[in-house]
Design a protein around this ligand. Sequence first.
Ligand code: WTA
Length: 690
Amino acid sequence: DKLRHVDSMTTLPSRAGKIPKLNALILGEALASEEDHLIIPSQDFSEQAHVSSPAEYLEMYRRSIEDPAGFWSDFASQFYWKEKWGQTVYSENLDIRKGSINIEWFKGGITNICYNCLDANIAAGHGEKIAIYWEGNEPGVDATLTYKQLLQRVCQLANYLRDVGVKKGDAVLIYLPMLMELPIAMLACARIGAVHSVVFAGFSSESLAQRIIDCKPKIVITCNAVQRGSKTIYLKDIVDAAIAESVRNETAVDICLTYENVSALKKESTKWVEGRDTWWQDVIPKYSDTCDLEWVDAEDPLFLLYTSGSTGKPKGVLHTTGGYMVYTATTFKFAFDYKPSDVYWCTADCGWITGHSYVTYGPLLNGATVIVFEGAPNYPDPGRCWEIVDKYKVSIFYTAPTLVRSLMREGNEHVTRYSRKSLRVLGSVGEPINPSAWRWFFNLVGDSRCPISDTWWQTETGGFMITPLPGAWPQKPGSATFPFFGIQPVVVDEKGKEIEGECSGYLCVKSSWPGAFRTLYGDHERYETTYFSAFPGYYFSGDGCNRDKDGYIWLTGRVDDVINVSGHRIGTAEVESALVSHPQCAEAAVVGVEHEVKGQGIYAFVTLVEGVPYSDDLRKSLIMTVRKQIGAFAAPDKIHWAPGLPKTRSGKIMRRILRKIASKQLDELGDISTLADPGVVEELISLADS
Ligand code: WTA
């Protein structure tokens, strides 16, 4: 047996909590009436699945709630632990009224996630299996790494990092596009106990600087440039500017390791700071391709990932090692019904949580073959995804609704000219998937054969929270269905009271799960107030949801000031603060508005400095400011000139009214008499198209 199994299991008394009523289990009756709307997995699929029926799910789910310690210890025992965790499998306090919020899983257990991703799979005889198929931006440019080769590459980088002084607990900032070097860098950090902080390579230099200043990395890892579609993006220039900005804020970065991404640019034309900058290719190959592991505690930090909240400053979500490892591996296996023969492709970038949990860790922990795609899904044409699916015989394809919708518009022939017959399971993440996109994805892409796992989760949750198990559940297009094992979602009303049965309300979670984030880096108080104070006793997700009479959960989107643009989380406050930094902008209010492809678009109301005239140039320059400060993906779709904003007498902006104006629901403005100046509403409406 490849792994040294933990000998005995420790169990704790079960947590108080009842099994949610899943009416859907009474399939014959409750659901029969809705047969038309239900998509039932084929018998063939269900029979071969890890979980084949609602009843089987319920049995496992019940145990996961009644005996979480035993349930999760069983899964944890499938990994290698140098030392087993202590008597207490987990400890938690999610109730702010009882003191500080605290979550720990497998404390005292000593392990290494890189070991479990790579060495353990090699020891089990899978060294020659392909770990990564890398597909470049240009069709025909590709590469592969077996598990053994991946380990060698990880070790070389890990040795280098140690050599330049990176130690356990140090932060390493990674600003790379989807090259193989991105997961390699993450795993190299994990191998030596360093804490990686990957910043999506679409963020601007100012956003990057903000993150550097917050986590103070020993080293920044980047590449000279990348080609995405027909565009070349000079990442090293962005890093140079970010480091310069950090230095002005008393945060020095000693080393900038730069990968020469040959397909993009010649070395000679890259600006260079002697003494600070090093070419990856010049140094890394010289290091040994074996590297000792740093064994870490289950509760030692694994990574930081910045995400947007309802206030301006991004939050450094901190995940630790052991629980995250067990949770991402288990969710990956069950939600995608993963089998060793699968070829798996998740289109997310490793700069977001989806790329952390379900490009890198979850799949590799399972010994999966993963596609890493550098390019854009519609380049050189809208058939690229299906070309890749056929090329590598992808069997599990996981993407975002925004991509589904954008491809839907391009016409079916881009899909049907490829066979796609390798596909078995589809997945969706990032935002609610509208039923029409769901159906197109299911019927056309998956030839009505592949169940869709619509996975609801968040950067904070580390892994899937609410998701179909593809062989178990009849699906309803657009519903994320039921909780994963160990998750107790509750729907609460405004007062934080749990609502039962068919309802709509705020989605919270009661009790912890192994993959939960443990804190916000350097700001535990903000962690407690943001997530645990709104509804004391629960983790509050920030999302609204409905639960139907069969117990299916339907996400309805964010209820806070976060918008979800093409599955990217953006705080309205971040966009507003970028806008008001423009010298001619006096005030700005940003709301999300429904967008056909992106899910939500960014709609900005802008009040100009007294006397400045409206112009298209100014509009462009405002948009440029946002691109520069946050990144192109946060550029407003609409700038709406606003001589004044609707405010209460105490000066609070009434976003509810702005949302209605933005979505042109003018008959739903509601009571505007409480505004300090109700006249501004009329004025705003008249300027909608100017
Ligand atoms: C939204 C991405 C509906 C939700 C993994 C959440 C979803 C936010 C779904 C987290 C889904 C994610 N259905 N909404 N399947 N998945 N969301 O942190 O609003 O980038 O709060 O994590 O995305 O975004 P994040």
